[in-house]
Design a protein. Sequence first.
Length: 196
Amino acid sequence: MAYEEPDYTVISENDGYELRQYTPYIVAETTANGDFRSAGKKAFRILAGYIFGDNRSATRMDMTVPVESQASAEPVEMAMTTPVMSELTEQPESTDDSYVYRFVMESKYTLETLPVPNDPRVAIRRIEPRTVAVKRFSGFWSEGNVDKHETRLLEQLREDGLKTIGEPKLARYNGPFTPWFLRRNEIMVEVGWPDS
């Protein structure tokens, strides 16, 4: 089954990565505390709830790809609510990291027409046009595997004289039941040229 993904043009294919020019798109995003794995589970439940009807109009939206994630600058404080929700709203421990997760919204929606989330942890925002370096890889979503490919991409960009803008993102295009060797994963980071 093919899922919609943001529009882009490949500018160049380099040794181990490609440069893409993305057009604007809209995302639903949330920030979750925890380690690499647990933060992802929390964030996925929050965002999946939104697209599967936890919004003011109870609209069910189609899943798109990729699911983007990146380390966040600061942990997010979340207050305790009911015992039923405690798994999703635990107070962060000082050793936890914080991650931002994004679901790309279907292109038929605008900021004005997207359903309003019921959950205040879901934010809707527009991603502006940008040039992105992308390294594709298959395999498991382990922190070690992601770190290895991220490090190599950043090394290649330095060697090629490109500067990075912001933090790298992990983009996942397949569900968890896709065999590891068939998964399409990407490390993405916005880039600019030294004189820009």
